[in-house]
Design a protein around this ligand. Structure first.
Ligand SMILES: Nc1ncnc2c1ncn2[C@@H]1O[C@H](COP(=O)(O)OP(=O)(O)OP(=O)(O)O)[C@@H](O)[C@H]1O
Length: 686
């Protein structure tokens, strides 16, 4: 039976406020009598239907604003599905049923009817129930709107708050809980480079267990690689998805990630909101419930109404974040560059035309354009940093920064934050968020000088960065993609370090994709004169003295010397010669050069281990002997320097200056060799 009625009210009667009623009742007599009662009271009855299908059709055509609904229709059909459709459209409805059975009542209560009338009913009760339903609906809607507005404002505040991202996400989760039930909620904001994600598992009324990405992997038993692969398998969804019970199960059969989540957290339903932002980020909120049927179209609607304001807020927050990040990066770059200008003004040219040096040039030209890691090996002072710059300057990354990190001088407690940065509040004293050297070098190059001195635990983290191309700030909520080329340098014999367990083999392999061996100066004596002239001119210019060349005797001495401190030593000696020069005649040396090499003259030294070459003793046979010999020599040299500097390390005439080492490097070596800082007159050794 499908009986649309003339919607026009009977003449002389005013329609009840908002009173367009649809009657869904399979007993014709009852339907007819309902119609009479309602029309008499001023309602407009827009139609009579005796099945769900008919009612749906009339609903579309006549848009009633109240529905009277029999629970059991023709042929035992129940009207619960119609009730849910009405609920989704916010049309209030009143059940009319002869069945007052408790279990039926319980079931229909979940559809949130506006009223319930038991047949047979009195006319007065019917009209009264209708009045109340209309009133409650109008007020309910208003209240709901007010609540949603308040929620929108609270969400905007939560997302804009000046707190770390996981705290923001927790606040969002807390705010949504009263509106959308969940046992687990996974929130994430990601773009191609960064992921900020955090999940919250409900463990009490207002209590949540925070599940960070690493916890999530542990709880699901997935590795980071497996997780990434399973995520990639997920069909891309836009907008809103509702998966209750069987739908959720089906989704689990198609997605192993869903399966893993279902199994690990024992959830049976999912409601997903995906919000793309104008900046190319995607914000997702995935609610999971342990109930099989918790999510209703009404939940989708709330999210639908919230998503526009959430998107706008996120876009604003991300824009501010980006501005803050850029200005921080600019500030850091600026400070870094200023420092660079101060410390690297002398790194302009690489001087020398000897065959060993030209061979290195050739290798630099080959490797620079590629993106591979480069390991620069060579004794102290051979120009490793200079060559690292050459590789960077000849690479496509030259317009970005080359960030230098001296692994030997990084303070142990700050090492991680220095390299990877930290979030505000990550540890006591972290009052501001700070980006690390890796982020600073993004799209550029990082130069890890003295990599052989890097502590083992940090080597492990570095390896992870190399493998995953991601870093994680201390206290951060997720990995951040970095695109950094690595150039490492050391004057240590890394293979020996590996053999002795001080350097990770896997890291060594990663770094040594392309090793550059810098020849010591004694193996390219052809370059000595040219280098000496270059430095002499440079320091004369700097001192404002005219340059009259280098005296023949001084040049002869320079050529005969074995240069254990390599080019840095040569540079220092020339600088001293310029200082003592009166500006009237060619440069002479301030002190005679005493070679520490065997009389046979400069030939290739044994593999360099530390800063100073070994004296001529019987050749060591084992690796341990080699190491011992180097340590011994270095120790003697440092002790001698300390004694002649009266125990002073820093400043003019200090041991560091005598040894051509940075004071921090010297202190580090002293600590390694067990030399205690002491006053000079005493023996500086303990
Ligand atoms: N071929 C070269 N031409 C001009 N200057 C050079 C050359 N090689 C090295 N130098 C200069 O020698 C000094 C030492 O070089 P650099 O610091 O690059 O050596 P290093 O091998 O990194 O030393 P360390 O291992 O002690 O850190 C620098 O002042 C550098 O400019």
């Amino acid at each position: 039976m499908l009986k649309p009625l003339d919607a026009a009210p009977a003449a002389g009667r005013l329609p009840h406020a908002g009173g367009r009623v649809l009657i869904v009742e399979d007993e014709f007599l009852i339907a007819d009598s309902l119609k009479d009662i309602l029309e008499e009271a001023g309602y407009v009855v827009v139609g009579l239907a005796d099945s769900v299908a008919e009612a749906m059709q009339l609903l579309e055509e006549h848009e009633p604003n109240l529905v009277l609904l029999d629970i059991y229709l023709k042929g035992g059909e129940r009207s619960l599905s119609l009730a849910r459709a009405l609920q989704a459209r916010h049309i209030p409805f009143i059940y009319i049923s002869a069945n007052s059975n408790e279990s039926v009542q319980e079931e229909v209560a979940t559809t949130q009817p506006a009223g319930y009338i038991v047949k047979p009913f009195r006319k007065k009760d019917l009209l009264y129930t209708l009045e109340i339903a209309a009133y409650r609906h109008a007020h309910g809607l208003e209240q709901k709107l007010r609540k949603e507005q308040a929620l929108q404002i609270a969400l905007t505040d939560a997302l804009s708050a000046d707190v770390p991202w996981d705290e923001k996400l927790l606040r969002v989760a807390r705010l949504l809980q009263p509106h959308i039930p969940f046992d687990l909620v996974m929130l994430g904001l990601e773009d191609r480079e960064t992921t900020r994600a955090c999940s919250f598992f409900r463990i009490g009324f207002e209590e949540y267990q925070t599940i960070r990405p690493a916890d999530f992997l542990r709880m699901t038993g997935l590795s980071a690689e497996q997780y990434a692969a399973l995520r990639a398998e997920l069909p891309s969804t836009k907008g809103l998805v509702l998966l209750n019970g069987p739908d959720f199960e089906r989704a689990g059969q198609e997605s192993r990630l869903m399966q893993a989540i279902a199994k690990s957290f024992k959830v049976e339903a999912n409601l997903l909101l995906t919000l793309p932002t104008a900046q190319g980020h995607t914000f997702t909120v995935a609610f999971y419930s342990r109930q099989p049927q918790p999510y209703q179209p009404a939940h989708l609607e709330i999210l639908d109404r919230l998503r526009q304001s959430m998107r706008l807020t996120l876009e604003r927050v991300l824009a501010f974040d980006e501005i803050a990040r850029l200005s921080e990066q600019l500030g850091r770059e600026n400070r870094y560059l200023q420092e660079e200008v101060r410390t690297t003004a002398n790194f302009e040219e690489i001087i020398g035309t000897s065959a060993p040096l030209l061979a290195v040039f050739k290798q630099v030209a080959q490797v620079a354009p590629a993106d591979t890691s480069v390991l620069i090996l060579g004794e102290s002072g051979t120009g490793k940093e200079l060559f690292a710059r050459a590789v960077h300057n000849l690479s496509p990354r030259r317009h970005k920064l080359l960030v230098k990190v001296n692994c030997a001088t990084l303070p142990a407690n700050l090492i991680e934050s220095e390299l990877f940065g930290h979030e505000k509040g990550a540890f006591t004293g972290a009052t501001e968020r700070r980006i690390g050297k890796f982020e600073l070098a993004h799209r550029g190059t990082i130069f890890l000088d003295e990599i052989g001195e890097m502590p083992l635990d940090l080597q492990t983290r570095l390896l992870r960065v190399l493998q995953e191309k991601e870093i994680e700030r201390l206290g951060g909520t997720g990995p951040i993609k970095t695109d950094v080329r690595i150039i490492a340098a050391t004057n240590r014999h890394l293979e020996k370090e590996v053999a002795e367990g001080r350097f990770r083999l896997d890291l060594y392999y990663r770094l040594s994709v392309f090793p550059l061996h810098l020849p010591p100066l004694r193996d390219r004596s052809e370059d000595i004169a040219q280098l000496a002239q270059f430095f002499a001119q440079k320091y004369c210019r700097r001192a404002g003295k005219p340059y009259h060349g280098i005296s023949t005797s001084a040049l002869a001495e320079l050529l005969a010397y074995s240069w254990p401190g390599n080019i840095r030593e040569l540079e220092n000696i020339i600088e001293q010669a310029v200082i003592i020069n009166d500006g009237q005649c060619p440069l002479t040396l301030g002190r005679p050069l005493v070679s520490s090499w065997p009389a046979s003259g400069p030939t290739s030294a044994p593999t360099p281990g530390l800063y100073f070459a070994p004296p001529a003793k019987a050749e060591p046979k084992t690796l341990a002997e080699v190491k011992h010999r180097y340590d011994e020599t270095e120790r003697d040299t440092i002790l001698a320097a300390l004694t002649s500097a009266n125990g002073r390390i820093r400043g003019s005439g200090g041991a560091a200056e005598l040894l051509n080492l940075k004071p921090t490097t010297l202190e580090y070596r002293m600590e390694k060799l067990g030399i205690r800082k002491a006053s000079a007159s005493e023996n500086p050794e303990s």
